[in-house]
Design a protein around this ligand. Structure first.
Ligand SMILES: NC(=O)c1ccc[n+]([C@@H]2O[C@H](COP(=O)([O-])OP(=O)(O)OC[C@H]3O[C@@H](n4cnc5c(N)ncnc54)[C@H](O)[C@@H]3O)[C@@H](O)[C@H]2O)c1
Length: 243
């Protein structure tokens, strides 16, 4: 029960890896704020948790919107009285070459994927006690990528650099900041990716379950990882090692 007495905000908690993380954190005693763009999806995760006698509330937000991030943090504090874990999981992709991509679409990806990490760090960390943890969800695309997903890959690379730097700033506060970088995981995001559908991005052989990622995210967020800080844990079933 590694999260007993801890309040955990998980963005993207309405689906896939975020949902599995919410369920696992609640099963380990956490009070979970399921934060998602889609209220119905967030509520479904919260209902799944409370029907199993866990503690959870849903929070609707766009993680790329500073005011909505601040409102979500305020809701967590008002409901549960503390903020101990933040998992920045929500993200989006575009599927166009850079020369064809609208400026607004590029900036939307950066605001959603990277801006969200900035907002939750800037406005969340001041409320977090020593022993707290922030886990940012990166991707193997920060390390190796394909054509037509450059804004996504760039945002994920930036998240890893942000994490390293912010972990240094948080060292004196005893707040750990790390990344988990998933490989291919069986979620809507994977199967909606046209590069995966066309075979341009090969995923056969190493497809994880959302629960595999939740296990890694919960480990990094817990006291079990108390000596792990500023790092990226790649959780890809060995995919990046294959030639
Ligand atoms: N599935 C994979 O193969 C894979 C691989 C590498 C990295 N990842 C990363 O894992 C994380 C979770 O992805 P997933 O596969 O579980 O995706 P998913 O599509 O199953 O879930 C993503 C969730 O994020 C929410 N979301 C999207 N934009 C949002 C916004 N602006 N504000 C609030 N919520 C928003 C969606 O509503 C959805 O519930 C993402 O950061 C993704 O980049 C996934």
């Amino acid at each position: 029960m590694r999260f007993t007495g801890k309040t955990c905000v998980v963005t993207g908690g309405g689906s896939g890896i975020g949902r599995a993380t919410c369920v696992r954190m609640a099963a380990e005693g956490g009070r979970v704020v399921v934060a998602d763009l889609h209220q119905d999806a967030a509520q479904a995760t919260a209902d799944q948790i409370t029907s199993a006698d866990g503690q959870a509330i849903a929070a609707e937000l766009d993680v790329g919107n500073s005011a909505q991030v601040q409102a979500t943090i305020a809701k967590a504090l008002a409901t549960y009285g503390s903020l101990d874990v933040i998992v920045n999981d929500a993200a989006m992709m575009t599927f166009q070459p850079i020369v064809d991509l609208a400026e607004a679409d590029f900036l939307h990806v950066i605001a959603t994927n990277l801006g969200s990490v900035f907002y939750f760090s800037k406005y969340g960390a001041p409320h977090m006690p020593p022993g707290s943890a922030i886990v940012n969800i990166s991707s193997v695309h920060a390390h190796e990528t394909t054509a037509n997903v450059v804004p996504y890959a760039a945002s994920k690379g930036a998240i890893e650099a942000f994490t390293r730097g912010f972990s240094i700033e948080m060292e004196s506060r005893k707040i750990r900041v790390n990344c988990v970088a998933p490989g291919a995981v069986d979620t809507p995001m994977l199967w909606n990716n046209p590069n995966v559908k066309s075979g341009a991005e090969k995923v056969e052989g190493a497809i994880g379950k959302p629960e595999d990622l939740a296990a890694a995210i919960c480990f990094i967020a817990s006291e079990d990882a108390s000596f792990i800080n500023g790092t990226t844990l790649v959780v890809d079933g060995g995919r990046l090692d294959i030639l």
